[in-house]
Design a protein around this ligand. Structure first.
Ligand code: TYD
Length: 212
């Protein structure tokens, strides 16, 4: 998918913004925590922030996920509100202080997950880049849908929900696969956890990002 950067959102040069993305089951949260530990060991403030958040819009999203999903556009708009809240309340204060923000999902997830429900991923990107800073590095954790579903559901479960889930996850994965941003580093998530982390740290280092 062609990338047309349309960043309207202004930020200063302080801080480092990393997003960790991928389908469910790729081990994002573990890798985020390990990255934060590494930055902190180097004396740098680092904060892991998950999306959906634990703020007011994020809690509403979580409730909706349990009690009946919103239609795709309403869901997209609620994710956008949650993100705007996260940018203002959590992300920008850390970046402005020169800290590292590690997002456990960010707007690339909106492009993939709401895109897989029929919305235009490019429209989702443009709307998000009006309210949210573009990440400096995006780690895209890569795993086949089969392997990811096995990890989530266990290897013996093959009920009808799994098939439904599989079709959706395949659409999500196809959108992630189609992205060709220069900020994206693809990491093989079938590797052991420590190997993945090593690749991610090398990638941060190679991008000449100061890790003091
Ligand atoms: P997830 O990272 O699994 O959160 P948790 O582990 O706390 O439940 O995210 C929950 C779901 O939200 C996941 O299936 C992806 C989806 N999602 C979107 O559909 N759009 C978005 O913009 C984001 C951030 C997440």
């Amino acid at each position: 998918m062609a990338d047309t950067p349309s960043t309207k959102f202004q930020r200063n040069d302080a801080g480092l913004l990393i997003a960790v993305e991928g389908i469910d089951g790729t081990g994002k949260s573990t890798q985020c925590a390990m990255l934060a530990e590494w930055f902190e060991a180097g004396g740098r403030e680092a904060r892991v922030l998950p999306e959906p958040t634990r703020g007011p819009y994020g809690m509403e999203l979580r409730r909706r996920a349990r009690e009946g999903r919103l239609d795709p556009r309403a869901e997209f708009e609620l994710f956008l509100e949650d993100r705007a809240w996260n940018v203002e309340t959590n992300i920008m204060p850390v970046l402005d202080r020169g800290g590292v923000v590690i997002l456990d999902r960010y707007y690339i997830s909106s492009m993939a997950y709401q895109g897989a429900r029929g919305l235009d991923p490019m429209e989702i990107q443009v709307a998000n880049e009006r309210i949210a800073p573009r990440p400096d590095i995006v780690f895209l954790l890569m795993l086949s849908v089969d392997e990811a579903l096995d990890r989530i559901h266990g290897r013996d479960e093959h009920g009808p929900n799994l098939y439904e889930d599989r079709a959706y996850q395949e659409n999500v994965a196809a959108i992630f696969d189609s992205l060709n941003w220069i900020e994206i580093e693809r990491i093989d998530a079938a590797q052991p956890v420590d190997e993945m982390q090593k690749e991610m740290r090398v990638a941060v280092w190679k991008r000449k990002t100061s890790v003091t």
